[in-house]
Write a protein that binds this ligand. Sequence first.
Ligand SMILES: *Cc1c(COP(=O)(O)O)cnc(C)c1O
Length: 388
Amino acid sequence: MYEKTKNFIHKVKTPAYVVDEGLLIKNLEILKSVREKTGAKILLAQKAFSMYSLYPRISRYLDGTTASGLYEARLGFEEMGNREVHVYAPAYRESDMQELVQICDHIVFNTPKQWKKYKDKVKQSNRNISCGIRINPGYAEVETDLYNPCIPGSRLGTPLEGLNEEELEGIDGLHFHTMCEQDADVLWRTVQIVDKKFGVYLKHMKWINFGGGHHITKEGYQMEYLEKSIRLFQEKYGLMVYLEPGEAIALNAGFLVSEILEIMENGKKIAILDTSAACHMPDVLEMPYYPMILQNNKASFKVDEEGELVYRLGAPTCLAGDVIGDYKFQQKLEEGQRLVFCDMAIYSMVKNNTFNGMPLPSIYLYTKENELKLIKEFHYEDFKKRLS
Ligand SMILES: *Cc1c(COP(=O)(O)O)cnc(C)c1O
């Protein structure tokens, strides 16, 4: 198990996100080795993880950041040092484009129509901006519709029928993003379709971007398929290949520490925590995603059963469905005890909110040197500031 929890579990003010620098670096080392081995470039997709106090460190391992709009692009530009800044959005606002052309190295447009609209602005910037089009290859193996960019009627990317040579004038690259938490065999099947369908356009391009959704840092990831997929485009078309993983960068590198406020019964045991699924880990309700929990450093998992040691974990909000799940523990739970939710660095801080007046969790870094550092804490004013 993860022995280090004992070094911070009682020191943090709950609820708290704790990011473990050593675990983050372990992921970054893997990604760096992919860059070195294949020559592909790898960007941090900030949508999953935007803990910018760590960007200087991350910049030693990656080529830059990617963004889904102006704010993320600015954050990458300001905090990641002199690294590449990429952006893609389904549509850009004119006033945002004005600023984006001053900070971005790559701008990916969703359609040739968006490219046409902003082509002159890009040229007038007099900066060396490389532009691309997001394609929709019409092939994805994602099972949840919420995360499938290839469902019928999808707004994400232009299908083959929407492209023509003439409108791609000035375009340097194609971008696709069709995966979600997947292994590289899926990528390999996808790139073969992209190659077959879009090859005629790739001949004139400089780069291809494979988007995110690559579970590169997960144990057992089939690296050889990733390498093969990268080589396909390097060798056949002479392209620079970009990957922009979000999740893979901070996978399993962070925790959320919560305290049990109350234990009650209503046909089953219910523990009320000082953390909320809706506010602090929205993916638990959206994905849905059920994190592993450490109790006295023993792992507990969500179960579909009743029992002495099964507790329903709920939030202190008034939303009936703000429940993390029914978990089976190794020992009885007690009021005042702390629980550690695993894999809480990604899609957590970036998605949290203060619904129902919930406090935002503090953010801590547990350093390589085994020091606990408070990076930021939030107060009543943070809640009030966003309302009027
Ligand atoms: C979400 C997203 C990513 C990162 O996806 P992960 O699943 O976190 O790896 C990369 N590129 C684009 C365009 C995205 O929308």
